[in-house]
Design a protein around this ligand. Structure first.
Ligand code: NAP
Length: 464
């Protein structure tokens, strides 16, 4: 095959890959088509890699094959982690993606020093800065989520000024390199400063802001890949990076909105520090607890039940038991729906994925805004391992760190039942006054075991 024809085939393969990436994002926006989205993305990425291997510029394969084997050796086990570990696994993926973008940029600088123009120097510098800070930032985020590092924000006086000064330092070095690309000493210093900034960027962030930070780092990794596409003159990389960067950014905005927080607040607000809460008086009140038998009786007598899943359901892997509960109640003629808060769990769509895995019909899942008006007519709100997303202090207590965050209005239901193991707080680290309300019953225990017990009671209890 002649070179021109080969290039045409390769361009065509890249166009198909890009179309598949766009379709992938489209499909991923609904749980009904999400599996297709994953498949489209995988095929697109596979096609782009294979096409690149056929590129005439690739002259020998040894240095591609060895890393491919090492990468697959690391990637395959990483893909098999438990559902609850997916946020930190995602952070690691961003770290690796950003590292590879940074390393390729660094290699481009050293290989191309002779001919590098000012414009190219600008591209390389920006790409390497964003890649490097995303690498260390994502590693810190993964460490925090895996609880290897303290989850709370680590803060000190003048922190924001120090961090911004370091960032300004990296950008200043980039400008100096653009002005004079032939200064080899400045380049490695710029890389080190950017790596340090990544650490400074994420250490002061913690608590409930971590998933948003992961999404933001995803966006940074995409931007650095897109810039790398310009450096390497690879259109497919520009488009894939831009899609990754913009979708990650949009997701971060959605998450910020769902938590009623601004970007600057997430980045500089140090959310999750131990703060004296005005709800301190709450502890003097006592919460009522009930058994699985009591809970089964109340559920069997209800006409409408709304189940609110949260992070605890994910940790306990209780979704299949929840499906059994849904089946047994539906058989008894109870109308059962699921209320999904946009940030329930530890990543967007966490609850949708788990409930879909247990084959709970999608049309039984309702978004927060669609179901909130119905709680006042709901007999039982059954909360399974959710806490912050049901905390009424977000509506009423101006001193609460989650004040203003939209929540599921479960406190308006006639009876509220909460399955969790103890009275300890959720991700945001604050008390939940819901547990002390008159209509609330605490069902203490592991979500999977407790729901299993309720199902057993209901199955033995006979008809409605
Ligand atoms: P949460 O507030 O962290 O509460 C989860 C509850 O589950 C805990 O109170 C815990 O109480 C309970 N639990 C843990 N293991 C359990 C088990 N084995 N069995 C039963 N219960 C168990 O979770 P959430 O209500 O889902 O709220 C999500 C949090 O993540 C929010 O703070 C939100 O802002 C944050 N967030 C999420 C996203 C996202 O994209 N999803 C993004 C940004 C922030 P016990 O220890 O007493 O059992």
């Amino acid at each position: 095959m002649n070179q021109v024809a080969l290039q045409q085939y390769l361009d065509f393969a890249y166009i198909v890959a890009v179309v598949l990436f766009i379709l992938s994002l489209r499909f991923l926006s609904s749980p009904v088509t999400a599996r297709w989205g994953v498949l489209a993305g995988e095929i697109g990425a596979g096609l782009a890699v294979i096409a690149t291997l056929f590129n005439p510029e690739v002259t020998h394969y040894k240095w591609i094959l060895i890393p491919l084997i090492i990468g697959a050796g690391v990637g395959v086990p990483l893909g098999m982690v438990q559902m609850t570990a997916v946020p930190q696994r995602t952070a690691l993926s961003h770290a690796f993606g950003a590292l590879s973008a940074a390393l390729i940029g660094i290699a481009e600088y050293y290989v191309g020093t002779r001919s590098v123009t000012r414009f190219e120097m600008g591209e390389i510098s920006l790409e390497v800065i964003i890649g490097s800070l995303t690498f260390t930032g994502s590693l810190i985020a993964a460490g925090k989520l895996q609880e290897i590092l303290p989850q709370r924000p680590i803060v000190y006086r003048g922190q924001n000024i120090v961090s911004l000064a370091v960032l300004a330092g990296a950008l200043g070095l980039a400008v100096a390199l653009v002005v004079n690309p032939g200064q080899p000493l400045l380049f490695p210093i710029m890389v080190v400063v950017a790596l340090i900034f990544g650490v400074l960027l994420v250490t002061p962030i913690g608590g409930a802001d971590m998933p948003t930070v992961i999404s933001l780092l995803n966006s940074y990794a995409g931007i650095s890949a897109a810039l790398l596409g310009f450096v390497l003159n690879s259109k497919v990389l520009v488009v894939a990076g831009a899609l990754d960067g913009s979708s990650g950014f949009i997701l971060s905005v959605i998450m910020c909105k769902a938590m009623n927080r601004s970007f600057t607040n997430v980045l500089f607000g140090a959310f999750g520090q131990v703060k004296a809460s005005a709800a301190a008086g709450v502890e003097t009140r006592t919460a009522k607890s009930a058994s699985a038998e009591d809970a089964a009786g109340i559920l069997a007598a209800a006409s409408t039940v709304v189940i609110v899943p949260g992070y605890g359901m994910a940790v306990a892997q209780a979704q299949h038991k929840v499906r059994e509960l849904y089946d047994v109640l539906t058989k008894k003629g109870v109308d059962v729906r699921f209320a999904i808060h946009p940030v329930a769990g530890r990543m967007p769509g966490h609850m949708n994925v788990l409930l879909a895995e247990a084959d709970i019909p999608y049309d039984r899942l309702a978004e927060m805004d669609d179901i909130n008006g119905d709680f006042a007519q709901t007999d039982v709100a059954l909360i399974i391992g959710a806490n912050d997303v049901t905390n009424p202090a977000a509506r009423t207590d101006e001193s609460s760190p989650i004040y203003g965050m939209p929540i599921l209005d479960v406190d308006k239901a006639h009876t509220v039942m909460v399955i969790k193991r103890s009275m300890s707080p959720g991700f945001a680290g604050i008390d939940n006054p819901l547990y002390f309300m008159d209509q609330t019953l605490m069902l203490f225990g592991d979500a999977k075991a407790f729901v299993g017990n309720i199902v057993r009671e209901l199955s033995g209890a006979g008809g409605h």
